[in-house]
Design a protein around this ligand. Structure first.
Ligand SMILES: *Cc1c(COP(=O)(O)O)cnc(C)c1O
Length: 230
């Protein structure tokens, strides 16, 4: 199948899964993770209706945003301080913020270009050493710090589940949802109203994520790889 066909197929599957879970398909963004493809691949997905794309490297984000400024570009990769200046002008939403010092720099760089940068806080729910993110018990302090920054808007939380066991992945997604709910309940009304996004679920485990309330599924291989079994 082509990238366009893959995209349409995954979109239809996501919509079916939403209905199966009693959810409105319009509340779930299918983020096409284009890190393994080039401008032609992006254009193919775009022609099939994709509007939101994810990149994990600043150079790729900047290049593809430059080529397709009408699309929404999300940054989902590891943040390095010296690259924040490049990421902020291009990113609709940064999914992977977990260090307080990066939040301060994002705020400064957003202010400098007259932008309010939307971010998600990445949480290491599973506690795996190989994963980045804030430990759940550190989340309240980090949220307090980020909510005080005028040019940063916190839209919600992001996580990556352990691979290999879908039941474990689903528990991890449920934990993120509960963390978001309990933090949201403590926020002032305006901050709580904006804190409505859960970025969770990838090619292997997006069904479990949708069942647990994901609003952004980040899908790479199922769209852009020829040999991903769907
Ligand atoms: C690559 C990547 C994805 C997409 O993974 P697939 O398994 O290819 O769907 C999602 N989220 C992040 C943070 C990634 O780096």
């Amino acid at each position: 199948m082509s990238i366009a066909e893959n995209y349409k197929e995954v979109r239809a599957q996501v919509e079916d899964e939403c209905r199966r879970c009693g959810r409105n398909p319009e509340e779930v963004v299918l983020l096409a993770v284009s890190k393994t493809t080039d401008a032609l691949g992006v254009d193919e997905a775009r022609s099939a209706g994709a509007q939101d794309f994810g990149e994990n490297r600043p150079d790729q984000l900047v290049e593809k945003f430059g080529a397709f400024p009408q699309l929404r570009w999300h940054f989902i990769g590891n943040i390095q301080s010296r690259r924040i200046r490049d990421i902020v002008p291009a990113a609709e939403l940064i999914h992977s913020l977990y260090k307080p010092e990066h939040a301060v720099k994002i705020n400064d760089d957003a202010l400098a270009i007259g932008k309010v940068q939307q971010v998600l806080l990445e949480v290491n729910v599973s506690g795996e050493e190989s994963k980045s993110g804030i430990a759940p018990d550190q989340l309240p302090d980090m949220l307090g710090a980020v909510l005080a920054l005028p040019n940063v808007k916190v839209r919600g939380l992001m996580t990556m589940a352990p691979q290999g066991d879908l039941a474990v992945a689903q528990e991890c997604f449920a934990d993120l949802r509960k963390l978001a709910q309990s933090e949201r309940a403590k926020m002032p009304a305006d901050a709580a109203a904006a804190f409505d996004q859960l970025s969770m679920g990838m090619s292997e485990d997006w069904r479990q994520a949708i069942a647990e309330g994901s609003t952004i599924v980040r899908i790479g291989r199922a769209i852009f790889s020829d040999d991903f079994g769907r």
